[in-house]
Write a protein that binds this ligand. Structure first.
Ligand code: GLA
Length: 388
């Protein structure tokens, strides 16, 4: 993959790149639709990634802009020509133009750069290709111009560029991309922003992920609707008790005892939020004790809550979870990421993982007329400049 992206860069721009960045996707293990309310989540960076080859712009052609512009080409979009993206660019690469605008706002200006992007991380699959893209370009610019932006600021810049591009997401995706480590998941407290590496390697089980082939776009309104309902539910909770300055200030026991006073329409959202945070903590305990049965059941519970309380599930992913659940070899499964399509993550006994993934992807593709894909992924390193 590294050679491929470097070769494509040479073909697109006629010279070799100065640097290459590997930017991984993420699979969220548990803790879904909690991050934007300051909750807990447990994503891992995975071994599917984007590669970003970059250099300062060597082209001297008079019509090209000389500052704050990214000349971008990507083998991921073979139908698109090389494009020049600037802060006010409309249309394609909206997250990139938002990133450039955010960098300019923060005082970072730069001469034009050339960038080539490729990789094996599918887009629109709930594996955070958009955070991998934004974080990857930012890391490339940071390395090229030696800005030395610290990680927290980088995460903030990535988040702002998503928000500016119309996706009101939380801290989880860029944090997983930056803090990922081999063999570990990232236990993230989205209230304090603190993170901790959690060992999740299990010899006996593999992380099997199956991409449903139903592509989703977080800016299509469904994700922000769920978020709006969650925020409204929190506002209703706060209205009952002015001491609650933030949902996380109310612990689980206090929530349970006050639950009966909360208006009915908000209950599913608050039940999901408080129980899902508890599930994250319990999951970490279970995996630490190698109690895979309990850990797997928590994945199923999370899936149930997303289906019954938040309605983020669709028929195709429900079918995949059911098929996985029907196998004695699978300890647990759930949709990872925002939902509305995308990818199912599961814990499957190692010797059976590939075979099970293959059978489900084959049958599902035929049944729904979709192109399902599967991978046995491992928790992998976070973003970084790599040798080539
Ligand atoms: C998307 C967002 C994340 C998070 C998840 C749901 O992946 O980008 O910030 O809100 O949905 O858990």
């Amino acid at each position: 993959m590294k050679t491929r992206v470097v070769d494509s860069f040479r073909r697109s721009f006629g010279f070799s790149p100065d640097i290459l960045v590997r930017s991984p996707g993420r699979a969220n293990i548990i803790g879904e639709h909690t991050d934007y309310l300051g909750g807990l989540c447990l994503p891992m960076a995975i071994n599917l990634a984007l590669y970003i080859a970059a250099s300062k712009c060597h082209s001297t052609s008079g019509e090209e802009r000389t500052s704050d512009a990214v000349h971008i080409s990507s083998s991921l979009y073979p139908d698109r020509p090389l494009e020049i993206i600037e802060a006010n660019h409309r249309g394609s690469y909206s997250r990139l133009s938002s990133l450039i605008a955010g960098l300019n706002d923060a005082g970072f200006r730069f001469p034009a750069v050339n960038i080539e992007i490729a990789g094996d991380l599918p887009a629109g699959a709930g594996l955070s290709s958009s955070a991998a893209f934004t974080a990857g370009v930012l890391t490339a610019l940071d390395a090229l111009f030696n800005w030395q932006i610290d990680v927290e600021e980088k995460i903030g810049l990535c988040l702002k560029s998503e928000h500016r591009a119309g996706t009101p997401c939380g801290l989880m995706d860029p944090s997983a991309v930056f803090y990922g480590q081999k063999g570990k998941a990232v236990f993230l407290d989205c209230f304090s922003g603190e993170s901790e590496a959690v060992n999740i390697e299990t010899d006996a089980y593999k992380w099997l992920i199956i991409n449903s082939g139903v592509v989703r776009d977080l800016s299509d309104g469904r994700y922000s609707n769920v978020r709006t309902r969650m925020v409204e539910a929190y506002a209703a909770l706060k209205a009952l008790d002015s001491r609650i300055e933030h949902p996380r200030y109310l612990d689980f026991a206090a929530y349970v005892s006050g639950r009966s006073s909360i208006p009915e329409e908000h209950l599913p959202y608050l039940d999901h939020y408080y129980l899902e945070n508890e599930r994250v903590k319990t999951f970490i305990g279970a995996i630490g004790m190698s109690n895979i049965i309990q850990a797997g059941n928590l994945l199923f519970d999370s899936q149930q809550s997303l289906a019954n309380n938040l309605h983020t599930n669709i028929e195709v992913t429900d079918w995949i979870v059911e098929r996985l659940g029907g196998s004695e070899r699978c300890a647990g499964a759930r949709v990872t990421g925002a939902g509305f399509g995308g990818t199912v993550l599961s814990l499957v006994e190692s010797p059976c993982a590939e075979e099970l993934g293959q059978a489900i992807a084959r049958d599902g593709s035929t049944k729904f007329g979709l192109e399902m894909q599967f991978w046995a992924v491992v928790p992998d390193a976070g973003i970084g400049v790599v040798e080539f």
